[in-house]
Design a protein around this ligand. Structure first.
Ligand code: ADP
Ligand code: GLC
Length: 479
């Protein structure tokens, strides 16, 4: 590692656990600042003030009130800071009346407008703040215009030299905006107009890739894939490859730990994995009316095509047909209403071998990782994936498609020292084949026990990744 001085990092994200969570971005944004601080650095986090439960159950103080504008529209914003400091980093929330004061994080028609207002408020606040970060670290398209705003909006010229890092958690979503929204930005160097543009639109993610000092993706393989498959950004990634690198996500081992998990009735560690998992499984099967003597396969996640959630109904049906009703399935997720309806409908015919919970339930997800034998992740796109790493930590064998971060974290059972099952295609036959291999492992109790212990002893904690980010933070300060 580089010289050991303390770096001041300002993280800016749309979501972070435990404040507001939709998916893995929240887990990362909520944990990375904590682990940077544990290493002796000073990382802070800024989020929009979504109206989540966390907001109402914690103490806050107002630290700034400001006024800024999007074109002719002047608006007030308020910044509050969490008072207790229990998260392990300073957390700031930005409120904008009528735009950020909503229960949901995404999915509104005016999302582009909302996140632009958020970004402009954050930069405006930064320009009035006595604190100057050494690095600004933004995450995904919701905050990816900040490197442009800092560098090219005349109003913020005094912030121009602050280096920026953009982490791409998922390039499928780019935050496209109509060109007429360019008038909402504060006056900027018009020669740099091209920085905003990709294929005739304002493309915040592309803009971030062009303007940030460095760009990271959340696994090495995902960066390789983006060169050839990145929802239209392929040539840009190739062009900017010199400043891109892959930094694999870690997992927050304090939150995801079966030995101390507040959501489990009975805790367990690697030595007690058989008893611990059996108890968690019984509990789960009782609640969902499943037969706990059969191997339990779970899926947890957003019910969208990228996760190949559309295959789930056929996976259940075809498994029963080809392999017999030797296993049970339990799915937790929400997303595409059509997939939700199909999963709900299957409850009728699958009796004790299938159940699902449609919705978001953090506690239940922990109970599933603990109580399941196997985790299914047939993802079409998986930039990193955290579920498979949580599964490993809870002794649950992952069955994953060989893509992105799944490829970088899971080693097939068939290889020396392997754990888990890898398959090539997001297709029902490939998944069924992996399930049949998993059933064989399940029958061999010694091998299963060894595998569980081995997985639980793997280390995917944040410490490694933090070192990689620090290397980047140091390098951009020098350049
Ligand atoms: P992504 O960010 O693409 O959704 P990840 O694997 O990185 O995928 O992270 C997903 C995170 O969201 C994990 O913490 C997972 O446990 C959680 N999660 C997803 N869906 C649900 C749900 N319905 N209920 C509870 N947790 C969920
Ligand atoms: C994204 C990706 C997921 C990744 C997460 C955290 O949502 O889809 O693969 O684990 O971000 O980086």
């Amino acid at each position: 590692m580089e010289k050991n001085y303390s770096v001041h990092i300002l993280h800016i994200s749309a979501e972070a656990y435990p404040v507001a969570k939709v998916g893995g971005l929240a887990d990362v944004a909520g944990a990375l600042p904590k682990y940077l601080n544990i290493e002796g650095h000073d990382a802070k986090l800024v989020l929009p003030m979504h109206r989540t439960r966390y907001l109402n159950t914690h103490e806050w103080e107002v630290v700034h009130k400001g006024v800024t504008n999007m074109g002719d529209h002047y608006f007030e914003y308020t910044v509050i800071r969490e008072s207790s400091g229990t998260l392990g980093y300073e957390l700031y929330l930005v409120d904008i009346f009528g735009l950020l004061d909503r229960e949901g994080i995404y999915g509104y028609e005016d999302d582009a407008y909302r996140f632009l207002a958020f970004q402009l408020s954050v930069v405006d606040w930064m320009s009035n703040w006595s604190y100057r970060p050494d690095v600004v670290h933004v995450h995904d398209h919701h905050t990816a215009l900040i490197p442009f705003i800092l560098q090219y909006c005349y109003r913020y010229g005094h912030l121009q030299k602050i280096p920026t890092i953009l982490t791409i958690h998922n390039a499928q979503y780019q935050g496209w905006m109509n060109w007429n929204m360019a008038t909402l930005l504060p006056p900027y160097d018009l020669w740099k107009r091209g920085m905003l543009e990709w294929e005739g639109q304002i493309n915040p993610l592309a803009c971030g890739i062009k303007c940030a000092s460095r760009v990271t993706t959340v696994s090495w393989s995902y960066l390789e894939e983006l060169k050839y498959n990145s929802n239209g950004l392929e040539s840009l990634i190739q062009q900017e490859i010199a400043k891109c690198s892959g930094v694999l996500n870690g997992i927050d081992a304090m939150v995801w730990n079966p030995a101390s998990d507040q959501y489990l009735k009975q805790s367990y560690n690697a030595d007690k994995v058989t008893e611990g998992k059996a108890a968690a499984k019984r509990e789960l099967c009782d609640v969902f009316g499943l037969d706990s003597n059969k191997p339990l396969f779970i899926f947890i996640g957003r019910l969208v095509a990228d996760k190949a959630a559309d295959l789930l109904p056929s996976i259940v049906g075809e498994s029963f047909y080809h392999l017999g009703r030797k296993m049970s399935f339990l799915f937790l997720g929400s997303g595409d209403p059509q997939i939700e309806a199909q999963l709900n409908a299957m409850n009728v015919y699958a009796e004790q071998d299938y159940s699902c919970y449609i919705g978001y339930n953090e506690g239940l997800s922990h109970q599933l990782y603990a109580g399941a034998d196997f985790l299914l992740m047939p993802s079409r796109v998986e930039p990193c994936g955290l579920n498979q790493m949580y599964a490993l930590r809870y002794g649950t064998v992952p069955l994953v498609r060989k893509t992105g971060g799944l490829k970088d974290t899971i080693k097939d059972q068939g290889e020396e020292g392997g754990y888990g099952f890898l398959f090539e295609h997001a297709s029902v036959p490939d998944v069924i084949h992996a399930i049949s291999r998993a059933l064989e492992l399940y029958e061999d109790k010694d091998a299963l026990h060894r595998c569980r212990k081995q997985m639980m002893n793997l280390d995917f904690s944040w410490q490694h990744s933090v070192r990689n980010y620090l290397y980047l933070y140091h390098s951009v300060q020098k350049s």
